[in-house]
Design a protein. Structure first.
Length: 157
């Protein structure tokens, strides 16, 4: 477990405990975005949230707890305490598409499949863009669907 990453997050003992024992499933979406699905629930798809990893730290989650409560949510902490997931998301963030090996093995490099976010034109955002600055770089679904890797920098709350 990376103590530097954990020290960058503020969370209570209850959040840490839940992040450790709940059955989470992780999927790398695009550079720096990990979908965390809580399989402890009967329908895990209804408890699935995207976590934004920046600089090797889970910085934002789209779950209600992360938006409305102080400190990191259990999804961000769950990513932080699972080094293979965090490392893969961090490497993936550096514009390398990686595959996470579920037994904690070494990720395998594959050619980059996504366009560099810097090259995307911001004036081509979809009309139904719902990006919010609170997500710190996490794009809304309409933007993500159109291939944008970061939130709309001109979005207002």
């Amino acid at each position: 477990m990376c103590t530097e990453t954990l020290s960058a997050l503020e969370f209570d003992a209850s959040t840490a405990k839940r992040a450790q024992y709940e059955a989470f499933d992780f999927e790398l979406e695009v550079p720096g975005i990990v979908t965390v699905r809580n399989e402890s629930h009967e329908n895990g798809d209804e408890h699935s949230y995207r976590v934004n990893v920046a600089g090797g730290v889970p910085v934002a989650c789209e779950c209600p707890a992360d938006m409305y409560h102080d400190g990191a949510c259990k999804h961000r902490v769950a990513v932080a305490i699972r080094e293979p997931v965090l490392e893969a998301a961090s490497e993936y963030e550096r514009h390398q598409e990686l595959e996470v090996v579920t037994d904690g093995g070494t990720p395998v490099e594959r050619p980059m499949a996504y366009q560099d976010a810097q090259e995307q034109r911001e004036d081509t955002r979809p009309a139904d863009c719902e990006c919010l600055p609170v997500f710190e770089g996490l794009p809304c679904w309409p933007c993500y669907r159109e291939g944008f890797l970061l939130s709309n920098p001109t979005a207002e709350e």
